[in-house]
Design a protein around this ligand. Structure first.
Ligand code: C2E
Ligand code: MG
Ligand code: MG
Ligand code: MG
Length: 280
C-alpha cells in the first residue's frame, strides 16, 4: 500500500535483506535520540465500567513520531527498544510521564482514576525497578493504588521466578497488576490463582469473535465468571461494537476498553473528556 512513501515505508515480506537491514539500522539509530528529541509521547485510552459507563481508568500507550521516518507503532519499535536495552530509559520515561498525567487528572476529578502502564519483562527484572518506581511515586506524591502495571501473559510465564516475587512486593505496597492479552498465551485460569495479579485483560481476539457461535460465547462467559471467582477484576480489550459491549455486560464483565467507547486520546483530550464527564 505505501510502497512509494519514502523512508517511512513499511517492510514487506518480499523486502530484500539489504532493505531490512537499512530499515532496522535507521530505526535503531533514530530511537537512541527519540527521548532527547521529544519524539515520544503518550496516548491514553479510557477504560469504562461496563455497568455505569463511567471512566474508571486509562491505559497509557506510547507513540513515536520521527520527522524522517514518520509515525512508528509500538509493535515495531518496542522490540527494537528491548533488543538494544533502550527500553530502560524509555520505560522510565513512560512511567514518569504517566505519573505527571495522574497528577493532572487528580486536579480535575475527585474519583480515584487509575492509569495503567505496559511494562516489559526487561524493565521488570531490573534490580532497581521497584526502588525507582517508588521513588517516582513519592516524588510526585501519588498514591500507589492509582498506578497499574500491565504485563503480558507470555512475559510473566517466561520469567515467572524473577517477576512473581517482585510483583507481590509491588502489590503489597498497593500497586495493581494486570495480566494483558489474556488468552493469547498458554496459562489456564486455574493457574492464575497462584499468580500475583489483580486484573485480567481479555484479549481483543476473544472479543472480536463474540456473537459468532454460542459455544464460543459460553467460553467467554465462563472466563469472566471464573476470573471473578478468583477475585480478579475483568477487563475486555478491543471492544468495537455495541453488541459486544451488551454481551460482556450480561456476562458480568467489569470493565471494557476499545474503539466503541474511545480510541487512545491525547493528554489534552483525555482531560477534556473527564471534565465533560464531571459536569454530567
Ligand atoms: P496492548 O497493551 O494490548 O494495548 C492494546 C492495543 O490495542 C493498543 O495498540 C490500542 O491502541 C489497541 N486498541 C485498543 N482498542 C482497540 C480497538 O477497539 N480496536 C483495535 N483494532 N485496536 C484497539 P498500540 O497502542 O498500537 O499498542 C500495541 C502494543 O504495544 C500494546 O498492546 C503493548 O503491548 C505495546 N505497548 C504500547 N505502549 C507501550 C509501552 O509504553 N511500553 C511497552 N513495553 N509496551 C507498550
Ligand atoms: Mg496493555
Ligand atoms: Mg492487550
Ligand atoms: Mg496487545
Amino acid at each position: 500500500k505505501s510502497k512509494e512513501s519514502g523512508r517511512g515505508k513499511v517492510l514487506h515480506y518480499n523486502s530484500t535483506m539489504f532493505e531490512k537491514i537499512i530499515w532496522r539500522v535507521e530505526r535503531e539509530e533514530a530511537l537512541k535520540h527519540a527521548i532527547a528529541n521529544h519524539e515520544l509521547y503518550l496516548a491514553f485510552q479510557p477504560q469504562i465500567d461496563c455497568k455505569t459507563k463511567e471512566i474508571i481508568g486509562f491505559e497509557a500507550l506510547i507513540r513515536w513520531s520521527n520527522p524522517k521516518l514518520g509515525q512508528i507503532t509500538p509493535l515495531e519499535f518496542i522490540p527494537i527498544a528491548e533488543e538494544t536495552q533502550l527500553i530502560m530509559p524509555i520505560g522510565k520515561w513512560v512511567i514518569d510521564e504517566t505519573l505527571t498525567f495522574i497528577n493532572e487528572i487528580n486536579k480535575i476529578s475527585n474519583k480515584r482514576i487509575h492509569v495503567a502502564v505496559n511494562v516489559s519483562v526487561l524493565q521488570l527484572i531490573q534490580e532497581d525497578f521497584e526502588e525507582l518506581l517508588l521513588e517516582s511515586l513519592s516524588l510526585k506524591a501519588i498514591s500507589p493504588d492509582q498506578f497499574v502495571i500491565e504485563i503480558t501473559e507470555s512475559v510473566l510465564m517466561q520469567a515467572i521466578d524473577a517477576t512473581a516475587a517482585k510483583l507481590e512486593r509491588l502489590q503489597a505496597i498497593g500497586l495493581k497488576v494486570a495480566l494483558d492479552d489474556f488468552g493469547t498465551g498458554y496459562s489456564s485460569l486455574s493457574y492464575l490463582k497462584n499468580l500475583p495479579i489483580d486484573i485480567l485483560k481479555i484479549d481483543k481476539s476473544f472479543v472480536d469473535t463474540l456473537g459468532e457461535t454460542s459455544s464460543h460465547d459460553d467460553l467467554i462467559r465462563m472466563i469472566v465468571q471464573m476470573g471473578q471467582e478468583l477475585g480478579l477484576h475483568m477487563v475486555a480489550e478491543g471492544v468495537e461494537h455495541q453488541s459486544q459491549l451488551e454481551m460482556l455486560q450480561t456476562f458480568g464483565c467489569n470493565a471494557m476498553q476499545g474503539y466503541y467507547y474511545s480510541k487512545p486520546l491525547s493528554k489534552e483530550d483525555s482531560i477534556k473528556l473527564l471534565q465533560i464527564e464531571n459536569k454530567n
